[in-house]
Design a protein around this ligand. Sequence first.
Ligand code: RNT
Ligand code: ZN
Length: 424
Amino acid sequence: MPSTSEQNLETAYQLARERYQALGVDTEAALKALRSISISLHCWQGDDVGGFEDPGRGLSGGIMTTGNYPGKARSIDELRADLDLAYRLIPGRHRLNLHAIYLETTRKIERNQIRPEHFAGWVDWARANGHGIDFNPTCFSHPLADDGFTLAHADAGIRRFWIEHCIASRQIGAYFGRELGTPCVTNVWIPDGTKDTPFSRAAPRQRLKESLDAVFAEKIDPRHNLDAVEAKLFGIGSESYVVGSHEFYLGYVTSRDDLLLCLDAGHFHPTEVISDKISSALLFVPELLLHVSRGVRWDSDHVVTLTDELQAIMQEIVRGDYLNRVHIGLDFFDASINRIAAWVIGARASLRGLLLALLEPRDLLDRYERDGNFSARLALLEELKGMPFGAVWDAYCLQQEVPVGMAFMDEVKSYEAAVLAKRA
Ligand code: RNT
Ligand code: ZN
């Protein structure tokens, strides 16, 4: 017998369902579509992008976490336990996005020596919990990246080291895909760039192109591994020049037919948005990877919230029927709040953005637009903002057996008291 509040949620959902029906929207179909979407949850929110290769080492590469909220994961077991809780509070079945520095080993393994065996524990965990895994070579926080260059380094030996690391990462990606029966998206992001104006912008780009050709020379079965490359405008300490710019990677990806372009929401000019890039890029590249993030004045990697831009991104994916060509990953790191709450808030916001997009009356909007009825189009888009979408979301959480509303924070809080508080 459902509790009274469950009955209220059910009643609210039925009323919402009728309101949407009147606009030609089937809420059940929207929820069915939402259930099939997996978001890739980034492991690095759990420990401030520290990793477990060299726990004493600080973060480099022009990215930064701020804050010192207690309870960050100090080991892979702790990270997995924290992730387990996060997944229990997010409706649906989701993936894990791993970085190479999250390997499991008792002795020091050089980055160009990482092998599938160092990630076997993740595969066991993922299999037991029904997660697919995505992967990233870690081309930062390392002595050979300390002068700001990796794949585009002027020194051929250092370039070789990072090429080998990226190749090893692709092999590990293929291993994840083979073992888990779902392709791993392996994403290459490098920090390469300069604080001040370079003399030659061309030379490092030429070297990067050659390094990437070497990294991607070997074909890997796309049923196991898909490769992505991520551009950036600037980072801390690379304000004047970044080798792997958007034009660089857009050009590189379109020059081949087997690479995904990764668009990170924080990697462009502050008023430039990735939502407007999706429909253009997908005319020329087969698939996209998104790093859904929230820049505040710069690439600050704030926790994703239900902003206009998040909604616009999800609308583009849904309106364009791109759900099977766009891989959605999250990329933020906030050390100033409970790290599990950060994951859950960001993932739930992203799913809410998707649900809002799935609940759009597309036939009606499409007809208004084709008829040139822009007043009705504008009026309807505004009316939609007042529709009872929250009732549909609550019904989804109930159906997926995750906490409804702020109840998820109760679980975060009890875990904080029982587990996180004991991590000195
Ligand atoms: C950095 C990129 C990159 C990283 C992760 C940790 O600006 O966004 O994706 O955030 O690889
Ligand atoms: Zn990113």
